[in-house]
Design a protein around this ligand. Structure first.
Ligand code: ACO
Length: 356
């Protein structure tokens, strides 16, 4: 048995390759450097879904915008009970109301869902009315607009870069969960809901919110070392550091840092975060000398989404907006060739007593 299924191969995939030793990510034959900041989220979704849907349009921007408008009709189901949940729970509850299926129309609605529902939930929790999608805009720009912002081009491009950067990443926990559900032929909606549920945990996509708490708790670069040392002495994990596969720096960290720099705002906050990052890496090296713990995607995710004025409680929802493209691609790939996923367990409980 492999603890945490480490090093177990559970799928052959054409979607993405995570090279943990070299710190490289390939998405459908293209390097992350070639896609982040250069291709739109709609183009990368098209790349991921290519060959896995019949009659996939050459350009997904229009169909995805139309799906946003369709999904917005479901925002009316948002009652006070849903608004009392955390944003990720509220977004999941609203997504669960969409019909299941395996076709392209279902896939597009599921891709639009986290964007439309998160914007409506964030506004609803602030006592504001939802804003309907603008189907003339690209997905990233419209997400910011549905949140009530008037985004400039640099902000829209930064969010687009983020969505592309997190669109797919090998057989991570949420993608594996989505593939397990897809293998039962339950439908894409069920697979996406499994993905959202796995993503929510703090060891996976729930890490970036607490990173803002860490930065706020540290307050100034001079407090970084004592704060970090005290956290480790308590046995806490430092969010945004360490990875199951990467033994070097996660390449997505620098893709996102570049996007923050291109926005040209909050230079002081970035400088402070870089000082905290340096201190964490130095201390972790001494704390765990036998384990290579480096910066993962979540550290600069937190800074980027903070700069775009998303509330930290909704950061995981924004991750889901990007990763849903990958979950759907993997679910379709699983359906196309994979068997039911059903591993074995070793029973270590008591045996029944023999009858007297
Ligand atoms: N801070 C402090 N110690 C850490 C950290 C960390 N961030 N990460 C790992 N360690 C320590 C563990 O405590 C463990 O120590 P032990 O052997 O004394 O118990 C050792 O390093 C190995 O940890 P594992 O949990 O076995 O490593 P694994 O590969 O399973 O964990 C994980 C990967 C879950 C990401 C881990 O590094 C972690 O918890 N990081 C913080 C949370 C985080 O940033 N998650 C986002 C990951 S990226 C993503 O999912 C999108």
């Amino acid at each position: 048995m492999s603890d945490g299924l480490e090093d177990v191969v559970a799928a052959h995939t054409v979607m993405s390759d995570v090279d943990g030793a070299a710190g490289r990510l390939i998405i459908r034959g293209r390097s992350l450097d070639d896609l982040a900041g250069r291709a739109t989220f709609e183009e990368v979704t098209r790349l991921l879904w290519d060959g896995f849907f019949d009659h996939l349009p050459a350009d997904l921007a229009g169909p995805l915008a139309a799906a946003r408008a369709e999904v917005f009709a479901e925002v009316s189901a948002m009652d006070t009970g849903i608004l009392a949940l955390s944003p990720i729970e509220a977004m999941r509850a609203l997504t669960a109301r969409l019909s299941d299926g395996d076709d392209l129309a279902t896939a597009l609605r599921l891709l639009a869902a986290p964007a439309v529902f998160t914007a409506a939930v964030v506004r609803g929790q602030a006592g504001e009315a939802p804003i309907a999608p603008d189907t003339s805009l690209g997905h990233a720009a419209d997400i910011l607009r549905m949140l009530g912002k008037a985004p400039n081009q640099a902000e829209s491009e930064a969010l687009d870069t983020y969505l592309v950067t997190v669109s797919d990443h090998g057989l991570n926990a949420s993608t594996f969960a989505a593939r397990v559900v897809a293998s039962t032929r339950a439908g894409l909606g069920s697979a996406v809901l499994a993905g959202i549920s796995a993503l929510k945990g703090p060891l996976h996509g729930g890490a970036p919110g607490p990173i803002i708490d860490m930065l706020d708790g540290i307050g100034g670069a001079e407090n970084a070392r004592p704060w970090i040392e005290a956290a480790l002495a308590r046995g806490d994990r430092l969010m945004g550091f360490g990875h199951r596969v990467y033994r070097v720096r996660d390449p997505r960290a620098d893709a996102l840092k570049g996007a923050i720099r291109r926005m040209g705002t909050r230079a002081g906050r970035l400088e402070f975060a870089e000082a905290v990052e340096r201190a964490v890496l130095e201390i972790l090296k001494a704390h765990k000398p036998d384990r290579s713990l480096d910066t993962n995607v979540e550290f600069y995710t937190a800074l980027l989404l903070e700069a775009l004025a998303f509330p930290p409680s909704a950061f995981t929802c924004v991750f889901a907006m990007g990763r849903t493209a990958g979950w759907i691609a993997h679910a379709r790939e699983q359906l196309a060739g994979g068997r039911l996923i059903r591993p074995q367990s070793v029973y270590v409980g008591p045996t029944p007593r023999a009858a007297a």
